[in-house]
Ligand binder design. Sequence first.
Ligand SMILES: Cc1cc2nc3c(=O)[nH]c(=O)nc-3n(C[C@H](O)[C@H](O)[C@H](O)COP(=O)(O)OP(=O)(O)OC[C@H]3O[C@@H](n4cnc5c(N)ncnc54)[C@H](O)[C@@H]3O)c2cc1C
Length: 503
Amino acid sequence: MAACADVLEGLAAIGSLGRVAVEIRVGSVEEKQAHGRIGRGCAMRVKGRWAHGARRGSKGSACPPGGQKYRHQTSVTFHCEISRLRQPDIQAIFAPQGCCEDSMADPKPVLVVGAGPVGLVAAAELIRHGVPVTVLEEGTELSGEMRGSTFHAPTLDMLAEYGAAERMVEQGFVAPLMQYRRRDHGVIATFDFGVLADVTRHPFRLQCEQFKLTRILHDILKDKPGFSIRFGAKVAAVADEGSHVVATLADGTRIEGSHVIGCDGAHSAVRKSAGLSFEGFTWPERFLVLSTPFDFRSIIPDLADVSYYADPEEWFFLLRVPGGEPGGLWRAMFPTSAELSDEEILSPEFARARFARIKAGRDDYPTRHRTLYRVHQRVAETFRKGRILLAGDAAHINNPLGGMGLNGGVHDAVNLGAKLARVWHGDAEDVLDLYDRQRRGVTVEHVQRQTITNKQNLEAKEPEAQAAFRDRMAEAASDPAKAHAYLLQVSMINSLRRAAEID
Ligand SMILES: Cc1cc2nc3c(=O)[nH]c(=O)nc-3n(C[C@H](O)[C@H](O)[C@H](O)COP(=O)(O)OP(=O)(O)OC[C@H]3O[C@@H](n4cnc5c(N)ncnc54)[C@H](O)[C@@H]3O)c2cc1C
């Protein structure tokens, strides 16, 4: 192992281009694995040749031919030319992985079910660590649904590692402020995300439709070695076969992988196939999302792009997103009564009546979208069952107040992708339990709790509870230290810090 660490350090010093000769001792079991690692790097990324008479490593010959015989020698020198490699690739080559004879004979990709934002982030993280990935997506193309549109600071920091954050920022709206307001439009509190500049490279909320992220990631990944995606591939079942997994598509096709990550959304076939329960509850009211190009800033002074209205009867929120319109689209979200039918709620009359409640005397806003959806608070009983893993909505769902569902899913994918890469390269599988403890732990402790609290704060019926919320927010917004602490919480930085503490 020491030899490998030295190799890594040496390569880090060389940088992205260079020539290196490395001596790896192969006298112990541990060091034989080091031998395998080099073999893999040779096959996958590096033009190289093995000393002691081995032939030049080439694509498709993972181990040096005759690799077996080196097991009994004391050392082997590996000469490789590092070309077009970035630091993450170099680490991938020398990261731990299994014995070359077994794992390299038939290296299986990780199967990612679902090309939503979480599936593609998981794929990006795995590819970054040199792990081949096959994404299986039911749709014939990437989804164009608007859905989630809020990206928090640490999520953008993560996406920046794949080169995706900058492109998201170009295509989205940077929202530096978040407001809480009363039903009469009086401002309760305005928070400035700029105070987080000491802990993030993106001290703001980004309002950008999630389908833009999937397109950007797909564009980044599509030509990467090891990445493949199959559209029209609906996974019906997955099975853990002990040494690998098998995903069976609806048409009966069987696809093998080393592990499978279910990123297939709230109705996850992977979760159901693994027999995992999805515990929690469903809110009685459904949420109606209406969008309009009408600019509410023209009638509501100083309206922030992210504004939550607290009211015991008629809470709602307003968010501005690009929406493909010159000035953007405003999305308004309202709870609706359980007694009303879907048809009533989705009628143009209902939309007008809801819009009329935003500002008295106006109901004539052009409507671009009307979406009604049921809201749940549910968490899978575990995020890991053997080689079957869950992330994103497949693992947890929550109400949209605070924009934590999609962000939490991205955090899962990054955490899991890095750990699974270690396992794929040869580390013990136990680290996947840590993924479950960390991500399921903070999903329950932070995301579920915070989103339920957010809803309760906005809809509080008791005057004392309403006043307490208003006072708390006004005080926090007026004190930089308290504002900082509050924004660490709502930006999900605290949940990530907490996850990192769990061992
Ligand atoms: C109206 C609405 C508004 C929202 N607003 C926000 C917000 O502002 N902020 C926020 O953070 N979150 C928001 N969310 C939640 C957010 O959209 C989800 O958390 C997010 O989409 C989860 O991403 P995902 O990749 O886990 O799942 P999905 O986006 O659901 O992607 C799952 C993918 O898997 C594919 N798939 C499904 N089944 C199979 C199968 N059997 N085989 C193969 N492929 C399959 C699907 O086609 C899809 O491409 C909102 C959700 C809704 C509905």
